[in-house]
Design a protein around this ligand. Sequence first.
Ligand SMILES: Cc1cc2nc3c(=O)[nH]c(=O)nc-3n(C[C@H](O)[C@H](O)[C@H](O)COP(=O)(O)O)c2cc1C
Length: 138
Amino acid sequence: MKIAVVYWSGTGNTEAMASLFAKAFQGNGNDVEVIQCSDFDLTRIPDFDGFAFGCPAMGNEELEDSEFAPMYDEVEPLLEGEKVILFGSYDWNDGEWMEIWGKRAEDAGLNVLETVIAKDYPDASAEAEIARAAALMA
Ligand SMILES: Cc1cc2nc3c(=O)[nH]c(=O)nc-3n(C[C@H](O)[C@H](O)[C@H](O)COP(=O)(O)O)c2cc1C
């Protein structure tokens, strides 16, 4: 498969998760492109068979609103039935933003294979969770 890993990261934690996803996808024999969200738009969708979108909890349990959310709002309606994994880092809450995001994506008809969250920088257990989730993209 050709997989796009599309992410936003302010302080590098979600970026580290994106790198771990890329490594895991590649280890499973996929072609991977890691793309900053501002470089991704709807014209790129046909290039890929699967998508991993990464964004930390921002605002008040929200997606980052200046770069990630505008991109995601544009592409989500065009991803019906597509395989996606959603991931991101958080800190002081309990991951509610990802529950909201996952439900939103399912309601839009995306095939959400898994959601993965990491508190701050991804630790060894987050890395294992990423490897397990990445194997679902097949
Ligand atoms: C403006 C701002 C808003 C945030 N809002 C939340 C939040 O609503 N819930 C939460 O658990 N963490 C929140 N955080 C913490 C970040 O999600 C956390 O630091 C995360 O690891 C950042 O990921 P990054 O390094 O990929 O930018 C916020 C951080 C910032 C700077």
